[in-house]
Write a protein that binds this ligand. Structure first.
Ligand code: FAD
Length: 355
């Protein structure tokens, strides 16, 4: 059986690992010269989004054979709006490194790959590969292939600007800022690499691309962060929010962000990228129904994204109100420190009303 994987990112490497375990050696085509995002970054896996799996690392290890080693555990989470601030403490998730450094979690995954052939510097064309291979798994982290296949539904655009800042940070704490003056209905975030470096960035929604530089400066000014010294600034290409109508078209399987599996509220999609990569391998090799396997992932992404439809109408006073509710001791305790899966439960209801 010949399997081609487009992209050696989170979902592509997960797919390759599972293919190897199931006895098939795939070919990966990677457009870059090595593994890992070209920009250094830290991503956050919020525990509140992964309640269904209880403890996400154990879940990924036991059910998907993927051992994710994070940078650190998230022990506190601060949310700020124009006039409110809420701090939550507990077991709140993980920070994971992205980029080309050895501690990046895709680099860790690469070490577990035994026989897969990774061809670097090859911007692959999935259509050409589909003629040559029995199956193609598109794990490019882009929406281009889904658009080309006519299965992508676009639901907004995010423009990001940020960088690696030097300063004093708590490496177990992240701060998220909601303020329509600089982020629209998106947000800004400080996510730590360690106690002296953090990714500081804005993820704007409802703003224009040409404004991003100005909005980033405004964010630093308004949040008193002008003292930060940036050693690296980045403006990744804009990314589209959306979903796919189908996860598979003939012998082409979409996984990770290419399959629309990044939720549209905060942009979390790491766990889903891993799971979908493994599912793609199981489907092509063991004949499991991909659409059926992907259903719970899609459901979860849509549940979280249902909050986006509400937040898209928010003004600063609504973000203030949201935080004052989230800051109520009972609500805080229930959402963050119990096993109840509030995000999916409320999202399910919102989905119904949004319709
Ligand atoms: C700025 C930003 C911040 C994020 N923050 C978070 C977060 O805090 N928490 C979280 O869970 N998720 C976050 N995400 C989402 C998360 O990173 C993605 O869900 C996850 O990386 C998706 O994995 P993937 O395998 O689909 O794509 P990626 O991991 O991006 O991998 C895609 C790979 O495909 C390669 N490629 C692309 N096109 C081609 C081609 N034609 N031929 C060959 N190779 C190709 C790329 O070079 C890359 O190596 C963030 C995303 C972005 C962009």
């Amino acid at each position: 059986m010949k399997i081609a994987i487009v992209g050696a990112g989170v979902s592509g490497l997960s797919c390759a690992l599972e293919c190897e375990r199931l006895g098939v050696v795939p070919d990966i085509y990677e457009r870059d010269s090595s593994i890992g995002w070209i920009w250094p970054s830290v991503i956050f896996w919020p525990g509140v989004f992964t309640k269904e799996q209880a403890e996400i690392r154990n879940y990924l290890l036991n059910k998907f054979n993927i051992d994710v080693r994070p940078l650190s555990k998230t022990k506190s989470f601060i949310m700020k709006s124009a006039n409110q601030e809420v701090k939550v403490e507990g077991k709140l998730g993980y920070f994971l490194a992205r980029g080309k450094a050895e501690n990046s979690f895709v680099k860790q995954m690469q070490k577990d790959i035994m026989r897969t052939r990774i061809q670097y510097n090859v911007p692959a064309d999935y259509k050409e590969l589909a003629k040559e291979y029995d199956y193609v798994v598109v794990s490019s982290g882009k929406v281009d292939e889904a658009l080309d296949l006519g299965v992508w539904e676009s639901l907004g655009t995010v423009y990001m600007m940020g960088g690696v800042a030097l300063g004093n940070f708590d490496k177990t704490s992240s701060t998220v800022f909601f303020n329509t003056d600089y982020a629209g209905t998106g947000y800004a975030r400080i996510t730590p690499f360690n106690s002296y470096q953090a990714i500081v960035g804005i993820y704007t929604i409802g703003k224009e691309e040409y404004e991003v530089d100005k909005l980033f400066k405004k964010f630093l000014e308004m949040e008193n962060l002008n003292h930060l010294d940036f050693i690296y600034k980045l403006t990744p290409p804009s990314f589209q929010l959306g979903r796919v109508r189908k996860f598979q078209v003939d012998n082409v399987f979409l996984a990770g962000r290419a399959a629309g599996l990044t939720e549209r509220l905060l942009g979390v999609g790491g766990p889903e990228a891993i799971m979908s990569g493994v599912y793609a391998a199981r489907s092509v090799i063991q004949g499991e129904d991909y659409t059926k396997l992907m259903k719970p992932l899609k459901k979860h992404v849509e549940n979280v994204s249902a909050f986006r439809d509400i937040v898209n109408k928010f003004e600063n006073k609504d973000f203030d109100r949201m935080l004052s509710v989230l800051g109520t001791p009972g609500v805080k305790q229930a959402i963050y420190n119990t096993n109840m899966n509030f995000v999916d439960a409320i999202g399910k209801v919102l989905k119904f009303f949004n319709k």
